[in-house]
Structure formats: C-alpha cells, structure tokens
Design a protein around this ligand. Structure first.
Ligand code: HEM
Length: 226
C-alpha cells in the first residue's frame, strides 16, 4: 500500500464556518416561510375566537430570521474584507481573471484535464458563484426590507422605507419588489442542490479539501505542497 503524507492547514476560520451554517439554515427557513407567505398552504383551524394568526406568525418569523440573515451577511462581508483569517479567501481574487486557469478548470470539471494549481481558498468558478450568491442575498435583503417597511411604518421600518423609497420606484413599485423577492427565491432553490453536489464531487475527486472543510475548517495537502 503506498503511503502519502498529508499536512493540514486551516482553510476556514471558526467565524466563517459558523456564518456559513447560520446563513444556510436561515435561507432554508426563509424559503419555507416565504412560500407560505406567497401562497398560504396551511390554514389555521377556524374557530369563533379571533385566534388564527398563522399568517402573521409566519410573517413575523420570516422577518426575524430575515434580520438574522442580514446581520450574518454584514458580518461575513466584514470578515472577508478585513479579517486576517480570510487572507486565503481574498487571495482567490488574484487568479479569478486568468484565462489559463479558467480553461484548465473547465477541463478539470469536464474530467478531461487535471485541476489547476490553486493558491487561494476558492477556484474562479467557486469564487464567482459565491460572489453571485452574496449579491442575491443582498437583493433579497433590500427587497425584503422594502416589503418590511410596508408592514411596519414607524421606527426601523420608517427609516428603511424612506431610505429605499427611490429603489422601490426603480423596481417599479411594491408589487414589482414582491415579485423580485419571490422569483429570486428560485435562484436559491436551484443553487443549493448544485452547491451540495459540487462540494461532494470536489471532496471525492480531490481528497483533502471538500465537505469536511466547512465543518472542521482544515484542508489536507500532500506534504511538500506549496
Ligand atoms: C434568501 C432569503 C429570503 C427568501 C428565500 C425569502 C422568500 C420570500 C418569499 C417567497 C416571500 C413571499 C413573496 C410573495 O408574497 O409572493 C417573502 C415575503 C417577504 N419577505 Fe422574504 N425572503 C428572504 C429574505 C428576506 C429578508 C432578509 C427580509 C427582511 C426582513 C424579508 C422580508 C419579507 C417580507 C416583509 C415579506 C412580505 C410579507 C408579507 O407582508 O406578505 N425576506 N419572502
């Protein structure tokens, strides 16, 4: 049996991993409650008492978890931009626009080439995908806050409503904002299974840095790898 020595290095800090899972759980919850808000598929048992506030309950929880997602996303962006633990992630941008890396990477994904040398945490395809998902989360946060401001006119709702009013107009009004918020949900529903498949595929194809990295934080590399 040939033996190979592997060394482990930290790839994702604890904060990055926790924020990954917090945002993943938030998005699952927001998809489920969001679809309920869009099409109430459960009707509370009707009684003579005015107590069937299931829709209001779903909306409150959707908004509460929506704010958790906004908070976690702001913190994640801060870590990516300024934390020394995210240096390897930022390094990924250095190779993001190299045509030779892209060609080699597409060949590797098509199983007709070897994976190009990867210096940062993400290869260019991963980097642009995750950057795209970050932009979608920002779009959901802005459209969600505009919708929120139309439920709560005072306090934070009042401030947010006034701040994003010009954007609401640009979107084409409240119903257009709601539609953008609703349709963008499908981008997450399409992304999630592909993301899980590709992370699993990467873990099987290139042992050392796959699924376990976003839980344990370590990437395992052959000894002597630069
Ligand atoms: C990935 C994240 C999110 C997903 C997948 C999501 C999904 C949805 C969906 C599908 C709806 C129903 C739209 C319709 O009426 O057809 C909805 C409504 C809504 N969402 Fe989100 N949402 C997300 C994030 C947020 C955030 C961050 C906020 C901000 C607080 C938010 C606030 C709202 C509000 C206020 C409504 C309207 C509730 C109502 O009055 O009916 N959402 N969301």
């Amino acid at each position: 049996m040939d033996q190979e020595q592997y060394v482990r290095r930290i790839e994702f800090s604890a904060a990055t991993r926790i924020l990954h899972w917090v945002r993943a759980l938030c998005i699952f919850f927001l998809i489920a409650t969001g679809f309920y808000l869009g099409y109430p598929f459960i009707i509370p048992h009707s009684t003579s008492e005015p107590s069937g506030f299931l829709y209001a309950l779903m909306r409150s929880w959707h908004q509460i978890i929506g704010f958790v997602l906004i908070g976690a996303t702001i913190f994640r962006i801060y870590i990516f931009l300024f934390s020394k633990d995210a240096k390897l992630e930022r390094t990924s941008w250095k190779f993001a626009f190299s045509p030779s890396t892209w060609i080699a990477l597409v060949k590797a994904y098509l199983l007709i080439g070897t994976h190009p040398e990867q210096k940062g945490s993400y290869n260019p395809i991963q980097l642009f995908t995750y950057f795209g998902i970050m932009l979608l989360i920002l779009l959901m946060s802005i459209t969600g806050l505009i919708l929120y401001a139309h439920s709560y006119h005072d306090g934070l709702g009042g401030i947010v409503g006034a701040f994003f009013k010009p954007l609401e107009v640009v979107f084409g009004g409240l119903s257009a904002v709601r539609l953008v918020h609703h349709y963008t949900t499908w981008a997450f529903i399409i992304f999630i299974p592909i993301h899980i498949y590709m992370a699993t595929w990467n873990a099987v194809r290139y042992p050392g840095g796959g699924l376990d990295t976003i839980a344990g934080g370590y990437r395992y590399e052959k000894e002597g790898h630069q």
